[in-house]
Design a protein around this ligand. Structure first.
Ligand code: NDP
Ligand code: OXD
Length: 308
């Protein structure tokens, strides 16, 4: 029995971290797999669709990250396989620090002042205060809750929207489509931390943006396919939205010449708001590997019906 690694990025860190944790475990790296029948457990990131046809005994597919849309979008995903994902405190803390940094940069007009400075222009611009701003988080899961707590600690008023109602100190909870409009109407900084599913795809669209107060700002650190790109550009250009910080894109890397690269009110980061660290994630991966071998219930299992 062995663990298979498949990734569009380097797998060296994962290989090393697994071996450091337990050097006896056999690890195979796709495509150089010696014994395909021995693979029951795969740890993957952006695998080639249909690849699991090569592994007749696959039982568990674990995402190398928190999101699983890169797995569920495979039309040839085996029916009876269990999907798991990474749920990690450090990943949530990193995301919270990213969102706090982006929120502060927005309130203090930091990218605008950077542009002025590059032209040696001395132009003080009025700024907003944390205490006067409502941050609204779409998706109050592992990441959303930690982000909400961090923003509330920093003094923001925080509200969160999810499928089910949450009871959290200092965070106002809104749930379901019926409470979405009310949630949006009081949100000055909208932070998207939803999983990408058939229900959430394209959710960041013109109709939704129009329900935000004028001047609202978007932070999308979830997935590019949540956002209808032309709607964002239209809403910024018509001055309904004041701008956006985007970490994720429909096409990654963001193609050369894409209008987001040069738009003055859009800040781009290369999908690194929060990156799973193999050393931090491998213990839960190996715990699940052991559980699978012993026929026990796995941790952080994805509900295939809901898609997250
Ligand atoms: P979770 O599964 O823990 O949380 C998802 C949240 O979204 C839950 O609160 C869930 O509601 C809510 N939700 C899902 N579907 C709906 C819906 N249709 N309507 C309303 N609420 C909904 O995910 P994580 O917090 O761990 O991760 C979120 C996403 O962040 C990942 O899927 C990934 O795409 C992205 N990500 C991005 C990174 C980056 O670097 N940019 C890094 C890591 C993750 P409920 O609580 O009721 O179930
Ligand atoms: C993840 C990501 O899903 O890095 O973990 O986007």
């Amino acid at each position: 029995m062995s663990i298979l690694l498949i990734s569009s990025k380097s797998t060296d860190g994962w290989f090393k971290a697994i071996k450091e944790e337990n050097e006896e475990i056999e690890v195979e790296v796709y495509p150089d797999v010696k014994d395909k029948d021995a693979i029951e457990y795969a740890l993957v990131w952006n695998h080639p669709p249909g690849v699991f046809d090569e592994f007749p005994n696959i039982k568990v597919i674990s995402s190398m990250g928190a999101g699983v849309d890169h797995i569920t979008r495979d039309p040839k995903l085996p029916e009876d396989v269990t999907i798991t994902r990474i749920v990690d405190d450090q990943l949530a803390i990193d995301m919270a620090e990213f969102v706090l940094a982006r929120s502060m940069a927005h309130l203090r007009n930091l990218s605008l002042h950077q542009r002025f400075a590059e032209k040696q222009e001395w132009k003080p611009k009025s700024y907003k205060r944390i205490a006067d701003v409502q941050a609204g988080i779409l998706g109050m899961g592992n990441l959303g809750i930690t982000v909400g707590e961090k923003l509330a600690d920093a003094g923001f008023k925080v509200r969160g929207w999810s499928r089910s109602e949450k009871h959290l100190e200092d965070i106002n909870s809104f749930a379901g489509r019926e409470e979405l409009d009310e949630f949006l109407s009081g949100t000055d900084i909208l932070i998207c931390l939803l999983p990408l599913t058939s229900e959430t795809e394209d959710i960041l669209n013109k109709e939704l943006f129009q329900k935000l107060p004028k001047g609202a700002f978007l932070i999308n650190a979830a997935r590019g396919n949540h956002l209808v790109e032309d709607d964002l550009l239209e809403m910024i250009d018509s001055e309904h939205l004041s701008g956006a910080a985007l970490d994720v894109f429909r096409e990654e890397p963001l193609p050369e010449g894409h209008p987001f690269w040069t738009h003055h009110q859009i800040q781009v980061t290369p999908h690194n708001a929060s990156v799973s660290q193999p050393s931090s994630a491998v213990p839960q991966v190996l715990e699940n590997y052991e559980r699978m071998k012993n026929g026990k219930e796995l941790l952080n299992v994805v509900d295939r019906e809901r898609g997250y």
